[in-house]
Structures are given as C-alpha cells and as structure tokens.
Design a protein around this ligand. Structure first.
Ligand code: EPU
Length: 427
C-alpha cells in the first residue's frame, strides 16, 4: 500500500484560521480501559471511544485473545473470555504499540501467564519495561526473557506486594492497579502517576467494586478481591487533553479565533498557563476553550519544562516548541521524561528555525524565525503533529510523510482542520 502523506499550503505566519473543533475521547484513557476489560467477569462498555489507529490495534489484540467485541463508531462492548489456556499477545501487533504492555497486569493476574514482545510504539528515546518486570517478580511471578519475547508466569496467581516505582510511570501505575485488583492480599503502590486518565478509570473501578485507597495521591493501597462483577454503567472516556492542547497551540499559531469544544479545561491548566505567557487571550466557557488575540507578532518567549501531571505534558512539548520558534528571544526546553524527544528540532531547523540541542534532555530555541515549507518524515505521533503545525505557519508547501504516526492519535486531522480555512490534503 502506498504510504499516505499530508500536503499543506502554509499561511506564511498569517493568523487567519477561524472556527470550532470538537475534541475526541482520550487515546491514553481508551487504551488503558480496553486492557481493563479483563478485570470484569462480564461485559464492559466504553463510550466516547476515539476512532484512531491505536484504539483499533488494542481492540484487535483483545479480540485475538478471545474477547467478544461489539463495536460502534464511538462505543464498544467487550466481553472477556472466562478461560484461556495460553495467553500470548500477537507479536507483530503488540510490537507496534507501547500500550500493549497494559495487558500484562490483568492477563497475568487473571490467567496466570502471559507471553509478549518488547512493546514498540513511538520512538521517543529508551522505553524500558524494567518497572513492570520487577513489579511482577515482587508479586511472585517468574520472568523468562528470550531474544524475541518475555514470558511471565504466576501459576497460583499474583500476591500483593509493596512496590515503589523508581520513575513515575503512567502505564506502570495503570498496569499494577489492574494486577493488584485481581491479586491475593494487599498491594501498596508508591510514587504513582497522577494523570487524570488514571483518576477517571480508578474511580470507575471503585464504583464497580475495586478496593482502591488513596486515589489522587502518589500512594495507592489496593485490596485484591477477584474479578469485578459487571460495570454499574458504561465507562465514559475522558476528552483527550493532548488533542485539545494541540489544537489550542494551533489556535495561537495560526488562528484568528479558534474554539475547542467538548474538552476538560481543568486538565489543560499547565498549557493554558504557558499560552498566556506567550501573550494571547484564552477564554474558558464550560467545556470549551477559545484562543484569540494572538495576532500581535511575535510571541513572548518562555522556558518550557516537561513534568508528570499536573506539570507540562511531554506529549505537548514538540507542538509548543513550534510556537517558541515564533517567540522573541531565547527560550529553553527541558524535556525531563524522555531522552529522545528533541530530535524533531533538527527538522524545524531545516525549515528555518534556530534551535540547538544541548543534550538528550535540553535545547535552546531562538526566535522569531520565519519558516519555509519543506518535505519531511514524521518520526512519531507528537513530533508529526508539530511538523503539521510548522507547515501551517510556514511559507510555501510542506509535505509530511509517515502520517500513519499522526493517525495513531488524531482522527482524520486533515478533514477536521480544513473547515477552519486550512489547505491541507491527504494523498
Ligand atoms: N520508565 C522506566 N521503566 C519502565 C517504564 C517507564 O524507566 O519500566 C520511564 C520511561 O523511560 C520514562 C518515564 O518512565 O522516562 C515515564 O514513562 P511512562 O512509563 O510514564 O510512559 P508510558 O506509560 O510508556 C504514557 C503515554 C505516553 C506519554 C507518557 C508520559 C500511554 C499509552 N502513553 O507512556 O503517551 O508520553 O505516558 O506522559 O498512556 C503519546 O500519547 O504520544 C505518548 C507517547
């Protein structure tokens, strides 16, 4: 199949886009909720499901494991199998998506064994799974590693343990909440991530009978109690705060007035804070946020440090760096979460930006610099989105290849941006 690409006619710095964009359900909430379906004896229904590639891949994996799936566009019902003799994730597919690691918790706890490959996903630096392997060992499991895959076995089930996460990890926190719910005894998880998606699913699991204490704090105490007995209601996936943030940055960069609707502004506090530093007006009205008055050139510069929630999300670092190329003076970027998430700056330099990567975690951006359209390859989801933003403000035509990365997390972004007045086509 021919790889698709985006062709964008740049606005040459003009801030003219106008209109409204509706925010989809959160990718990272959806993928964890799909894995959590194995915690339930019966059907789990998910609503506000985003129609994106990562969700399709996770649902395919679930189906291959024997779950029955009834799927609508933004809703899915998942019925897990009551027995499985051998739990092996499809190697080719699981390798393509980092979130496949989320299956280890519930599958190992429920069916007592799992074989899976090192999970792939976006190449944004080293993405080890040591927290998972050591955590399962502490819960009594045996880990065997071969060239191709890992097998983890716990023939009599997992046992509660006290686990300290050396790094704050989103998917490790989620995975061990799942494992602990089905384990024997008490599990104490320390240094947990506090992302809103974890809170949302945690509260839902509690309402379905899970015994989780301390939600909203870094220490969780979970009493294992076996399978959850049917969900009281459907699980409603949170609005995607990264998608909302990406479109708000677009609004600042190229909008006259852009409103994102159906989002959760409370989850965007840190981005909104930074956009205000840049110098525009952000208006919050219920679940809508409007960006306007960014039409004075250039933006004010600021330093950007990524941090676990509620700090500035690493997933918006590359998109916001595009704005920093249009800010007056020097800005520093400190990427504290991943070590390979600054390389996209070299492509922005080819477009005319002036950035310097100091080391795998730090970079400097000097601006403002007009950008010129170029041909480029998206290296991952969020850097790919940053290239789209850069192409939108550049002079001339930009061609972004490898857009399957962008489709992993943003639904039909071309079709959703055209009504704002942007010339972008997929071909
Ligand atoms: N880490 C370890 N060992 C582990 C696991 C993680 O050292 O076993 C380290 C990582 O190398 C990193 C830090 O812990 O330095 C945090 O990584 P984390 O585990 O939180 O990342 P993740 O759970 O794999 C999720 C999101 C990412 C998002 C990060 C950080 C999902 C499915 N993915 O990844 O989303 O960037 O948290 O917020 O929830 C994206 O949407 O584009 C994306 C990459």
């Amino acid at each position: 199949m021919m790889q698709e690409k985006f062709v964008i006619q740049g606005l040459e710095g003009k801030r003219i886009l106008t209109g409204t964009i509706k925010i989809n359900g959160s990718k990272n909430d959806a993928v964890q909720a799909i894995a959590a379906s194995f915690l339930f004896r019966e059907r789990l229904t998910l609503t506000n499901l985003p129609p994106i590639d990562d969700v399709d891949k996770m649902l395919t994996l679930v189906e291959q494991l024997g779950s029955q799936i009834i799927r609508g566009k933004c809703e899915v019902q998942i019925n897990p199998p009551s027995n499985l003799s051998r739990v092996t994730l499809d190697m080719k597919l699981a390798k393509k998506i980092r979130a496949s690691i989320l299956f280890t918790g519930p599958l190992l706890a429920r069916y007592h064994a799992i074989t899976f490959p090192h999970p792939g996903g976006c190449v944004i630096g080293e993405r080890p799974i040591d927290l998972f392997l050591s955590g399962f060992q502490m819960m009594g499991a045996r880990v065997t590693e071969s060239d191709q895959n890992y097998t983890i076995e716990a023939p009599t089930g997992l046992t509660g343990a006290e686990i300290f996460f050396r790094n704050v990890s989103v998917t490790a926190t989620e995975t061990f909440i799942f494992a602990a719910i089905l384990a024997r005894g008490t599990t104490i998880l320390k240094n947990c991530a506090l992302e809103p998606e974890i809170m949302n699913l945690g509260h839902f699991l509690i309402s379905a009978g899970a015994k989780i204490d301390g939600l909203g704090t870094p220490t969780l105490t979970i009493e294992g109690g076996g399978l959850l007995n049917g969900a009281p209601r459907a699980y409603s996936i949170l609005p995607d705060r990264i998608e909302a943030g990406s479109f708000l940055i677009l609004g600042a960069l190229a909008g006259k007035k852009i409103t994102v609707t159906d989002c959760e502004p409370a989850h965007l506090t840190s981005l909104i804070h930074h956009l205000k530093l840049a110098g525009g007006t952000i208006k919050i009205d219920g679940p809508s946020v409007t960006v306007s008055n960014f039409d004075h050139q250039p933006f004010k510069n600021f330093n950007l440090t990524t941090h676990e929630y509620p700090g500035f999300p690493t997933d918006l670092q590359a998109p916001l760096a595009v704005l920093l190329t249009q800010a007056a003076g020097r800005s520093a970027i400190f990427e504290t979460i991943f070590s390979g998430r600054l390389l996209y700056l070299e492509t922005l330099n080819r477009m005319g930006a002036q950035t310097t990567i100091l080391n795998p975690h730090e970079a400097l951006v000097s601006g403002p610099t007009p950008l010129k359209g170029k041909e480029m390859e998206s290296p991952d989801l969020r850097a790919g989105l940053a290239y789209v933003l850069a192409g939108i403000i550049a002079k001339g035509e930009t061609i972004v290849h490898n857009i399957h990365y962008i489709d992993r997390g943003y639904e039909r972004i071309d079709e959703r941006l055209r009504p704002l007045g942007l010339a972008i086509k997929r071909c």
